[in-house]
Design a protein around this ligand. Structure first.
Ligand code: NAP
Length: 506
């Protein structure tokens, strides 16, 4: 690892404390940071280096996946952290920052590199990038990189404008757009798993796959983010970025040992093959939902309109389900069903692949309708389950589900931010969103945003603690499919094994 100065805008914020410092600490424990690694934290509030280091120490004690031992190694980790006051719009503050960075670099033998991490609100991305350029901070002797958090734009025109502005200061190769779902270990496994297993590689197409279901369900509501969320909704907050990225990662077919460029090229191809939605079919292919009062884990919770800070009569979407089609030789005819929502029954992100059963007999034998499924559990648990339909040896003529399970223990697995920060430091952009993907995603989503703005798509309601509006089940039912649920939690308690259950019986 080369000598690098990590310049962190938003160093006193929530994301830095909950994710970035714990990630850096775990990279440090794994010896994945250079000996000449230093962090300059930036924020408006006045802090000395020592107070900043104390804040970083508290954050790693509170949030690191691995224990923080009170040893010399923690002190040597914290020594890398310094703090500067910086107001985003103040050009002088960037000159002071440049001086500080140059002082730090002076003591380092090798060519110094600079990584600028923007953990601040999106309204600051453009002024920060331009000030980096104008102050001379961008003239690093080694490489320079810009790591940028979501959201990348509010719609297609704003994303295009932002990209144009950023490109005045950084080239596309220097911009690392974080979509933290791409850092999740199970998502990073998707293409490798398919490439390196001939059985799956052979089945990964429309001849054998009946449909793909991608779910990201949260149990939380809007919490303290009402003001932000009511202007964004599930479509912008989750669907345009995380959900479409999961679809791309699942649908790409890559040769073994592909380069980052190949990964990004194939993802772009998937997005280009996605059949566009138009005014006439958005209403039938997209389900918009908003939660009403309900019960989650035995506790009553208010509906969206009763949440503090939500304006009366808001028609914001807290749930989206959609049916997507990829028009390429591998996936033509395979529906991809995607859904995401707040205040759902369980917290779970997963991908379920349902296989076709061409030899299926039409019979009334018990268990005849058990599907063959491959399930990738992405979070909060990580694992892969293969469900196979098998004859029930105890009951002749009946079928039962057989499960092959692999689950990992979360403490041993690097967090998404660890993977992503490490990749950005190494200069590997495979798991970052390229501008082509971001732009194509906004292009695909824009007609839906327009239809929502014009209120031409019905807003369905669903009770908090449910699986979303009934209309999202109908989206699949008309193709003869239904959502498959991984009821790991409940089934574990009851039967001690992971079971798949039909949504209708759940
Ligand atoms: P936050 O807790 O509100 O922190 C904002 C940071 O920006 C603070 O360090 C604040 O410093 C700094 N800041 C605000 N105004 C500034 C200004 N005018 N000049 C200089 N610094 C300024 O926000 P966050 O939750 O950490 O989120 C940061 C970014 O990450 C946002 O773009 C958000 O959308 C994105 N994100 C967050 C999460 C998450 O889990 N939190 C997840 C995904 C993406 P002072 O307080 O010292 O002024």
């Amino acid at each position: 690892m080369e000598a690098t100065t990590f310049v962190l805008f938003g160093a006193t914020g929530d994301l830095a404390r909950r994710k970035i410092y714990p990630a850096l600490y775990n990279l440090f424990l794994d010896r994945k940071l250079s000996h000449s690694f230093s962090v300059v934290g930036l924020g408006r509030r006045e802090l000395g280096d020592e107070a900043f280091q104390a804040m970083v120490e508290k954050s790693i004690r509170d949030f690191s996946r691995r224990e923080v031992n009170p040893s010399a190694s923690v002190r040597s980790f914290l020594k890398a952290f310094q703090y500067n006051v910086l107001e985003v719009g103040n050009a002088e503050d960037y000159l002071k920052l440049l001086q500080r960075v140059e002082q730090l670099e002076a003591g380092k033998g090798s060519t110094p590199n600079r990584m600028f991490y923007l953990s601040v609100g999106p309204e600051f991305f453009e002024p920060i990038a331009l000030n980096i350029k104008e102050s001379g901070l961008g003239a690093a002797k080694g490489w320079k990189r810009l790591v940028i958090e979501k959201p990348f734009g509010h719609d297609l025109p704003s994303a295009q404008k932002l990209n144009l502005k950023l490109s005045e200061a950084f080239s596309e190769e220097e911009i690392y757009r974080i979509d933290h779902y791409l850092g999740k270990p199970m998502v990073q496994e998707l293409d490798v798993f398919q490439q390196t297993n001939p059985v799956l590689h052979a089945l990964w197409n429309n001849r054998y796959i009946a449909n793909v279901q991608i779910t990201a369900a949260e149990t939380v509501g809007v919490e303290e983010r009402a003001g932000y969320y009511d202007h964004v909704g599930a479509l912008r907050d989750m669907f345009q970025n995380h959900m479409l990225q999961l679809l791309m990662m699942l649908a790409i077919r890559l040769p073994k040992d592909s380069s980052a460029d190949e990964v990004r090229f194939k993802k772009k191809e998937v997005m280009e093959s996605l059949e566009p939605l138009e005014e006439g079919n958005i209403g039938s292919e997209v389900i918009r939902g908003q939660y009403t009062a309900g019960v989650i884990k035995g506790k009553p919770v208010p509906g969206y309109l009763a949440e503090p800070g939500i304006p009366a009569g808001s028609v914001n979407d807290t749930f989206i389900a959609a049916r997507l089609q990829i028009d390429d030789p591998f996936w033509k005819g395979v529906p991809f069903y995607i859904r995401t929502g707040k205040r759902m029954k369980e917290k779970s992100t997963r991908i379920v692949i349902e296989f076709k059963e061409p030899l299926k007999q039409v019979s009334s034998a018990e268990g005849e309708d058990i599907p063959n499924l491959l399930v990738f559990e992405i979070s909060p648990n990580e694992g892969i389950t293969l469900q196979l339909k098998a004859r029930d040896p105890q009951h002749k003529g009946k079928f039962k589900a057989m499960h092959i399970d692999f689950h990992t223990s979360s403490i041993e697995i690097p967090e998404a931010y660890e993977n992503l920060i490490h990749d950005a430091l190494r200069g590997d952009p495979s798991f970052f969103a390229h501008w082509n993907e971001v732009e194509l995603s906004w292009k695909w989503v824009q007609p839906i945003l327009n239809a929502f703005a014009e209120n031409t798509v019905p807003l369905h309601t669903y009770a908090a603690g449910s699986h979303g509006p009934a209309e999202s089940d109908q989206l699949l039912a008309r193709d003869g499919h239904h959502w498959w649920l991984d009821a790991a939690g409940e089934a574990d308690e009851e039967a001690g094994e992971v079971a798949m259950r039909d949504a209708a019986n759940f």
